[in-house]
Design a binder for this molecule. Structure first.
Ligand code: NAD
Ligand code: UD1
Length: 339
């Protein structure tokens, strides 16, 4: 495969992993990031892994001139749009910052793409758009809703991209709804590097296993699930990255808006993940049962059959592999990229 792919947010967790597979698949990658939640170190490590250098442009997707500079200098074939803020709690406290960054940023990006007749975009949406699903597994045609500004920003952006397609059907739009991305590249040189106390389960467990946190709070043990703790669909970040490469391969041959779940299709509880992580790390991970977290649902996992049908994609790595790879990254880099 060949072509130039602009990866917004390419220095971040999912973006950096995706760059590896894009380059291995033969694409040229241009990373565009303002480093608000990442550092150049991730890209330096990706360069080492792939054995070639990557063009990195520091800029903000809200700044049209930053973006124009990229399109002036590079003939971009498609954009994978990861750039965005993603902390649910923070979005409740700072809604305008989230709407500005995520929504205004996407509008600016699409305007500049349009100016340069680049009309292929793969967007990072989230399973959060399903709200509290009436049943599981979740299919793409289930109803959508949001309970916080982060989730609403994803819903609005999906609608904006659909409207764009209606206005001009030479656009090609892929909306990828990720379930719970975890794990790391197999060498343990890149991984998830939360800036503050992790909100998400796997990085919190990883930091507890490495001794940075005293214990894990298990948010609720009275859900209607097999052991009472919340059930989610964890997907290895390299499987997710592979889904993006397959979406980019596919985007050339269609004109439409495709909405696709990227999940493994299996549900694991908080205690299942904890046990798998103990096995992977050989550490005992202390935990306490705590009250339910506001906004959490009992169970959420994907029906990934549409991704298989349309992209020929399916998740290959199981929960044990996710924990093994997360632990390799965490133990090699106890302080993330600062290590
Ligand atoms: P991340 O924070 O690691 O990566 C996002 C990257 O975007 C960062 O490098 C950040 O510096 C950059 N960025 C943010 N705002 C920017 C702006 N205005 N201009 C330029 N760069 C900007 O997050 P991630 O986990 O890699 O997530 C990538 C995308 O996937 C996000 O849109 C996120 O909402 C979405 N998503 C993530 C998850 C998850 O659990 N990680 C789940 C569903 C969806
Ligand atoms: C969360 C966000 C979701 C976002 C996703 C990816 C909320 C309510 N939802 O999803 O919008 O798209 O992250 O960024 O924040 N848990 C604990 N202890 C912890 C952390 C988590 O028990 O310290 C439990 C949760 O209650 C849940 C499971 O672990 O049952 C997974 O939580 P998490 O990793 O935060 O992901 P989601 O809640 O699925």
């Amino acid at each position: 495969m060949s072509g130039k792919i602009l990866v917004t947010g390419g220095a971040g967790y999912i973006g950096s992993h995706t760059c590896i597979l894009l380059i291995e698949a033969g694409y040229e990658v241009i990373v565009f990031d303002n480093f608000s939640n990442s550092s150049i170190e991730s890209i330096k490590r990706v360069e080492k892994i792939v054995g070639s250098s990557i063009v990195v442009i520091e800029g903000d997707i809200r700044n049209r001139d930053d973006l124009r500079g990229v399109f002036e200098n590079h003939k971009i074939d498609a954009v994978i749009h990861f750039a965005g803020l993603k902390a649910v709690g923070e979005s409740v406290e700072q809604p305008l910052r989230y709407y500005d960054n995520n929504i205004s940023g996407t509008v600016a990006l699409c305007e500049v793409m349009s100016e340069y007749s680049c009309k292929s975009i793969v967007f990072s949406s989230s399973a959060t758009v399903y709200g509290d699903p009436h049943t599981t597994p979740i299919k793409e045609d289930f109803s959508v809703s949001a309970t916080n500004p982060y989730g609403r920003s994803k819903l609005f952006i999906e609608e904006i991209l659909r409207d764009l397609y209606v206005s001009d059907n030479s656009w090609k739009v892929v909306l990828l709804r990720y379930f719970n991305p975890v794990g790391a590249y197999k060498s343990g040189d890149i991984g998830e590097d939360p800036k503050d106390i992790p909100n998400n389960l796997m990085p919190f467990i990883a930091q507890t296993a490495v001794g940075k946190r005293e214990f894990l709070n298990v948010f609720g043990d009275d859900y209607n699930t097999h052991d009472g703790t919340g059930v989610r669909d964890y997907i290895h970040v390299m499987d997710l990255a592979d889904g993006h490469v397959k979406a980019i391969n596919k985007i050339k041959s269609f004109n439409d808006v495709m909405t696709i779940n990227l999940g493994a299709g299996k549900g694991y509880s908080v205690l299942d993940v904890l046990k798998a992580y103990e096995m992977a790390s050989g550490k005992e991970i202390p935990y306490k049962i705590a009250p339910r977290r506001d906004g959490d649902i009992a169970s959420c996992y994907a029906d990934p059959s549409y991704a298989r049908e349309i992209l020929g994609w399916e998740a290959k790595r199981d929960i044990n592999q996710m924990c093994i790879d997360s632990w390799r990254w965490q133990s090699k880099n106890p302080d993330g990229y600062k290590s």
